[in-house]
Design a protein. Structure first.
Length: 326
């Protein structure tokens, strides 16, 4: 590291519906300090903005006590985010709409703030540092309570003013279960962690500890209800990914979120189900995420450094990856 970079850092903050993850990151994206705070979403959107600003100020003060120079902050949030206009367009979980969030946080913290989307930020981190490091055409798909995606084509994120990547609302079962978005049969109603757990309980009459509980029953090999629910979710994901392969031909699909922690229990049948649906299309490599729940925070740090001076910390320029063998 160059001597004149010693002591430089940015603040990175990932604001989730339940918790906030923040860090001071150096130019190699090494965490110099990390914090976690509860997100006060039940107290309303103003409380969430106020707490976000408080965390930024606290990290700024922490940097000063360590004689670190903060060059800016990156903040990522869920929902629909318009990065170009620095606006949090909509978030059902956090309760805001058309909020000039970057400007509000700059006024409250005195720091330049880069605003981003949590999933796109996590995808950028996986592309630059993690499971898709050398790929140019990538989908990053966290599967948890909901399902979203970050889309990268030719090494660039596809944003569409914040509307791109709503994979969870691709219809996979016409006339299926009602979705919170107002449609029926969306991928989220079948393959999200919440949907898998709910489907198992409805089918078996037994409560289960989330999708992980269904996966545990499946691993034991003696629960036909777990098998039926899991297979339905896998087929739904494969149907959605086949559509993605036909339209945008990703080299790599990075699976994150709680469901991806099932590992081979999910990935092996998903690869086989996707392969059955593809003919001439490029077959994407399906891989688990590498950065865990810090992906969004690291992506926020990448954005903050880019806004500071155009530098791309850590990582290396992407190169063409050969077609993945099945």
């Amino acid at each position: 590291m160059r001597d004149d970079f010693v002591g430089d850092c940015v603040i990175a903050l990932d604001v989730g519906g339940t918790a906030m993850k923040g860090a001071l990151l150096d130019r190699e994206l090494k965490p110099l300090r990390t914090v976690r705070r509860a997100t006060p979403r039940r107290s309303g959107p103003e409380a969430v903005v106020a707490e976000t600003a408080t965390v930024l100020r606290d990290l700024h003060r922490s940097a000063a006590t360590r004689e670190l120079t903060v060059h800016g902050a990156g903040v990522v949030v869920p929902g629909i985010v318009d990065e170009e206009n620095r606006t949090a367009v909509y978030s059902a979980n956090l309760g805001w709409r058309d909020l000039p969030l970057a400007a509000l946080l700059e006024d409250a913290s005195g720091l330049p703030v880069s605003l981003g989307h949590d999933v796109r930020a996590g995808g950028a981190a996986e592309c630059r540092l993690g499971a898709a490091r050398d790929a140019r055409d990538v989908w990053f798909v966290p599967v948890g309570t909901g399902i979203s995606a970050a889309v990268f084509c030719d090494g660039r994120p596809v944003r569409a003013h914040g509307y791109a990547g709503e994979l969870g609302h691709v219809v996979v079962e016409p006339d299926g279960e009602p979705c919170s978005c107002g449609a029926r049969g969306c991928l989220e109603t079948v393959a999200s962690a919440a949907a898998i757990a709910a489907a198992y309980s409805a089918r078996s009459g037994r409560r289960v500890d989330g999708a992980a509980g269904v996966g545990a029953l499946l691993a034991q090999g003696d629960d036909p209800d777990a098998r039926a629910v899991w297979d339905r979710a896998v087929d739904a994901l494969a149907t959605a990914f086949a559509t993605v392969a036909a339209l945008l031909a990703p080299e790599v699909v990075v699976l994150g979120g709680g469901l991806a922690e099932a590992g081979a229990l999910l990935l092996d049948p998903l690869r086989a189900s996707l392969a059955r649906r593809l003919t001439f299309q490029r077959r994407p490599e399906l891989v688990p995420a590498a950065l865990g729940d810090m992906a969004g925070c690291l992506g926020a740090g990448l954005a903050a450094w880019r806004a500071t001076d155009g530098a791309m910390p850590l990582g290396r320029p992407a190169r063409e990856r050969p077609e993945a063998a099945s």
